[in-house]
Unconditional design. Structure first.
Length: 388
């Protein structure tokens, strides 16, 4: 039986599963005002550490991240907050957001008369947007409209054996329903790229996967004077029983299941062109927040995140559904984990657990809050990588 979820229809034809009001800081000078607006209204905020006196490639990435976050279908409306003399072109960002049909406003601290009047103005606008968002009804949509990101972090020995294979089972079910799944974490691929290449829909896509990993290795040596294997696995991975990058990568790629071919590669800010499994070619340092923000920039509705040791990770523009393959971690970190895949280790059939995870995904898409949302874990990191 085909599944469906209850989402929000956007003016540009996309579908969201949340109605977030997003406050974007245009420059580090306006972070506090943006954060105060969010704190007084419950809106989500993205502060930044830049926005002025940036070199060209750095600034392009800043603008891409801010615009792409705002265009995620989970965002109902956007408030841009700037000082007034920043490098970031708020008019251009506003125009790009407005072209999607989303409500968008700009507040300049200088032209508002200072921080307090700017905060008051922002609160007024946010409350107006929230009222309009609350009146928007949910509608039924097929699972083919859903775009999921799959990720792992804080991994231990159970991540591959139960956590990631459960996600992989869910991935196959989602794709069979016509949905899309994005895997990233490219710094965690080396050692298994030949398997990804064999899983690719065409030889050309397979070659692109191999080339991506070859270039990544070279970039690490050039930029840091170290091989990627010297930095990955992390100390936490090693303490959790993962000994080499090859071992880690073998577990990492389990998240894309066994039955769904890789359709191709996209970059941060690009959306999937058609349903299926896709690789986000994001080569920023392999910290969890970079990958999560990259997924959000590419329009993912939700991040299904596997962690063996536990992680409070969340994101400003999409829910993070966190599971663990470690029964001990699930018992210990109930406050931040949504699903126990560790029952696989205890004998529950994988197919049954994968189906249960998909049931949970649909419930979250329908509006059930994840632990990251309940806890207010709404991080967003602008992922920096070498221009290509």
């Amino acid at each position: 039986m085909s599944r469906s979820f209850m989402g929000y229809e956007r003016p540009d034809g996309s579908v969201g599963i949340r109605n977030y009001i997003l406050v974007l800081s245009m420059v580090n000078c306006s972070n506090t005002v943006a954060q105060q607006i969010a704190a007084e209204t419950g809106a989500h905020v993205i502060p930044i550490d830049c926005g002025c006196v940036e070199v060209a490639d750095h600034h392009r990435r800043t603008c891409l991240a801010l615009t792409s976050a705002a265009l995620n279908p989970n965002v109902y409306a956007v408030i841009l907050v700037g000082l007034g003399c920043e490098q970031t072109d708020h008019d251009k960002i506003m125009a790009d957001i407005a072209a999607s049909g989303k409500p968008v406003s700009y507040i300049g601290i200088q032209e508002s008369g200072g921080p307090r009047p700017a905060v008051a103005k922002g609160v007024e606008i946010a409350e107006k947007y929230q009222a309009a968002a609350a009146a928007l009804p949910r509608k039924e949509f097929p699972l083919s409209k859903l775009v999921l990101a799959v990720q792992c972090g804080g991994s231990d020995w159970t991540t591959a054996l139960s956590g990631n294979i459960t996600i992989g089972e869910m991935t196959d079910l989602v794709v069979e329903e016509g949905g899309s799944v994005i895997i990233g974490e490219v710094p965690g691929f080396p050692g298994s790229e030949h398997i990804l290449a064999e899983r690719s829909v065409t030889p050309q896509v397979g070659l692109e996967v191999i080339q991506m990993c070859d270039e990544l290795r070279a970039e690490y040596v050039e930029a840091h004077g170290q091989t990627i294997e010297e930095m990955n696995p992390t100390p936490g991975n090693k303490a959790g029983g993962i000994t080499t990058l090859v071992e880690k990568s073998m577990g990492n790629i389990k998240k894309i299941g066994t039955r769904s071919p890789i359709q191709g590669l996209i970059r941060a800010g690009e959306h999937v062109p058609h349903p299926g499994v896709w690789i986000l070619d994001l080569r920023a340092p392999g910290i969890d927040g970079n990958a999560t923000s990259g997924f959000a920039m590419s329009g993912a509705h939700m991040d299904v995140f596997s962690t063996g040791r536990g992680s409070p990770l969340g994101n400003a523009v999409m829910p993070t559904l966190k599971l663990t393959g470690n029964p001990k971690s699930y018992a210990e970190f109930d406050c931040m984990l949504d699903f126990n895949a560790g029952v696989v280790l205890e004998g529950t059939p994988l197919a049954e657990v994968g189906k249960a995870l998909l049931d949970k995904v649909v419930a979250v898409a329908d509006g059930e809050a994840t632990k990251s949302e309940i806890n207010g874990d709404f991080e967003f990191i602008i992922p920096r990588e070498k221009e290509r």
